[in-house]
Ligand binder design. Structure first.
Ligand code: AMP
Ligand code: MN
Ligand code: MN
Ligand code: MN
Length: 274
């Protein structure tokens, strides 16, 4: 089974259209594909049209921002009903937080001498949702920083000019949005939060206690050690395993759609339970 269940279009911070992503997934011979834009399902209708046209199996998805113990994490919802009110009300709440944050980021940047940040970031987002990566791309284009890593460190986090704390909803509430819509909830990229293994395990335990279904055992940047640890933890806590490239279509992206390591234990893989 070739699956890629974590991808972004220009409905959030990806560069490509939903149709283009679906065609790339089909070209890569994916059996199963999901578009999981940040806090929006608005691109899925277009993805579904294209998937029907070329015969690709598309799973409805979304990547939702949430808090775990006051720290921002991402939760991927898969197999969701797009018309569910609880889910869509939750996504509207997060979209409003994002709009407020974008204004605060622009204000912070203006205070440090960077003018018209909101307008310039909006130009890059093509009028779709504004994310931190749009501000980051803009700062790179304007020559303030050379790459994503340094722009996040110097401008977009903590007490830096564009660093804004957002009060996302707690994980248990976000899991409830996903479950209300008949979906399954997964912790996205558990190794990317700069946590010790003990803390990641605590996060996984808490997630399970809040009725979460699993976590991403495989993503584009997973090392063999991470995959093997993730596999072990999915057994230990009786959770499902998902996989996704987190493809954004950015030029410097090393891993392409559908090009992922296998989930070690196929019995735990999400597709047996969708
Ligand atoms: P947002 O959802 O608007 O907070 O933006 C989060 C996105 O920014 C993530 O999905 C990543 O694509 C990107 N991102 C977050 N932190 C970093 C970082 N330190 N370096 C590079 N990209 C990052
Ligand atoms: Mn992103
Ligand atoms: Mn993420
Ligand atoms: Mn993502």
């Amino acid at each position: 089974m070739k699956a890629d269940l974590h991808n972004h279009s220009y409905y959030s911070d990806g560069l490509l259209s939903p149709s283009e992503l679906v065609r790339l997934a089909s070209k890569a011979e994916c059996d199963l594909f999901s578009l999981t834009d940040h806090d929006t399902t608005d691109g899925i209708a277009e993805a579904q049209l294209e998937a029907d046209k070329i015969g690709l199996n598309l799973i409805n998805g979304v990547e939702i921002s949430a808090f775990w113990r006051n720290m921002a994490i991402h939760i991927v919802g898969l197999g969701i009903d797009l018309d569910n009110d609880v889910l869509q009300t939750g996504l509207e709440f997060n979209k409003a937080l994002r709009r407020e944050r974008a204004e605060k980021i622009a204000l912070g940047l203006r205070r440090s001498g960077i003018k018209d940040a909101l307008e310039k970031a909006q130009n890059l987002s093509g009028g779709h949702m504004l994310t931190r990566t749009h501000f980051a791309q803009m700062l790179i284009q304007e020559g303030y920083c050379k790459d994503m890593k340094s722009v996040f460190r110097r401008y977009m986090t903590g007490k830096k000019p564009g660093g804004v704390r957002v009060e996302w909803k707690d994980s248990d509430e976000v899991i409830n949005w996903i479950k209300s819509a008949g979906g399954k909830a997964f912790i996205a990229h558990p190794f990317r939060y700069r946590l010790t293994h003990t803390k990641i395990k605590n996060m996984i335990k808490d997630f399970k206690d809040s009725s979460g279904d699993g976590f991403e055992v495989v993503n584009a940047n997973s090392s063999e050690e991470e995959i093997s640890l993730g596999n072990q933890w999915s057994e230990d806590y009786d959770l499902l395993a998902s996989c996704g490239s987190d493809f954004h279509g950015w030029p410097n992206q090393r891993v392409q759609i559908g090009n992922l390591s296998e989930i070690p234990n196929p019995k735990r893989a999400i597709w047996s339970y969708l």
